[in-house]
Design a protein around this ligand. Structure first.
Ligand SMILES: Cc1ncc(C[n+]2csc(CCOP(=O)(O)OP(=O)(O)O)c2C)c(N)n1
Ligand code: SF4
Ligand SMILES: [Mg+2]
Length: 320
């Protein structure tokens, strides 16, 4: 049975029944993402939280490809596809143009980039745009590799994950470097709001998107985005894997507001699930020896302890 919201498209009664979430969809179903794509879920919920008065800028990557096969589009808000390198630069131009025209108030400017676009290739544009004090909410949809072109490693790929350019074999056992701590690097620019989200924690995601959009200058959201293809995980396990990432402390859920980090879900060591449980859900970690699993566990613990150590303290200057 189909219904229609105040604004927005038709949706099924079942979708309507998600209590506490807006009814209307602005990232339409029928796009061509793979079954169980976590990145598509993140995009859907970010635009659902943002609502109709929004503009989306999106760099090249899976989400662009699956949502706009010409002449179709899944976007029900204005959307622009830009190059890999420059989504934040294009957003700066949109922000400046709207301000010049006196039309900036009430418009949400969303900028989407995959991890390849955000951690690596478009990082310069992102850094420059936030340093100049532009207003937009940047969402880094992190599936931990360049998925659209065949699972190449990026700066976001975790330690020892096997990708096509860090293949597990006799020479190396997956990626040799750890993940780049992008949210902390972005926070160091002096912006007021940085947060991490997963599609398994949708209410938390909606709340954080709203806070980010209310920020006067740039805000940044790091979104954990399971990719069943690149991670070699089961497509019906996406939400379970996202939950496990938080429960094992692999993906800490937090906000950095006005330079102060606060956990949204604080997992004490004694309550944390072993990282092994998370790793076992994905073929990209299948090659790991017991010793390597323990190395990953030690790394995850050390990163989490670092965040616990700075929690509640003013660790980042606030410039805008
Ligand atoms: C400058 C440039 N280099 C390479 C490409 C080819 N390319 C298109 S999408 C893509 C992968 C995108 O990876 P990511 O940003 O992580 O997004 P995902 O596809 O994983 O969602 C690449 C390498 C390109 N379009 N432009
Ligand atoms: S390859 Fe991965 S990120 Fe791309 S659409 Fe499929 S599941 Fe989503
Ligand atoms: Mg990616």
């Amino acid at each position: 049975m189909a219904c229609r919201g105040k604004e927005g498209r038709a949706f099924s009664l079942k979708q309507r029944m998600v209590k506490g979430l807006p009814y209307a969809e602005y990232f339409a179903s029928g796009h061509r993402a793979c079954a169980g794509c976590g990145e598509a879920l993140v995009v859907r919920h970010v635009v659902k939280a943002a609502g109709p008065n929004s503009i989306a800028v999106m760099s090249t990557g899976c989400m662009e490809v699956v949502s706009t096969p010409y002449p179709e589009t899944a976007w029900e808000i204005p959307w622009i596809h830009v190059a890999f390198e420059n989504n934040a630069a294009v957003a700066s131009g949109i922000d400046a143009a709207l301000k010049m025209q006196g039309k900036r108030k009430g418009i949400n400017l969303l900028v989407f980039g995959g991890d390849g676009a955000s951690f690596d290739i478009g990082f310069g544009a992102l850094s420059g745009a936030i340093e100049r004090g532009h207003r937009f909410t940047y969402i880094a949809t992190d599936n931990e590799a360049y998925m659209n072109t065949g699972v190449q490693r990026s700066g976001a790929t975790p330690f020892l994950a096997s990708t096509t350019t860090s293949p597990a074999g006799s020479k190396i056992h997956g990626k040799q470097q750890p993940k780049k701590p992008l949210p902390l690097i972005v926070a160091s620019h002096g912006i007021r709001y940085v947060a991490t989200v997963t599609p398994a924690n949708v209410f938390d995601l909606h709340k954080k998107v709203k806070k980010a959009l209310a920020t006067e200058h740039a805000s940044f959201i790091h979104a954990f985005s399971v990719c069943p293809v690149g991670w070699r995980s089961k497509s019906d396990q996406t939400i379970e894997i996202a939950k496990l990432a938080v429960q094992t402390r692999v993906f800490p859920l937090y906000e950095i507001e006005d330079g102060v980090l606060k956990f949204s879900q604080r997992i004490e060591k004694k309550n944390a699930k072993p990282v092994k449980e998370y790793l076992q859900t994905q073929g990209r970690f299948k090659h790991l020896t017991e010793e390597e699993v323990q190395k990953v566990q030690a790394y995850v613990d050390a990163r989490y302890d670092f965040l616990l150590g700075i929690e509640g303290k003013k660790c980042f200057d606030v410039l805008y």
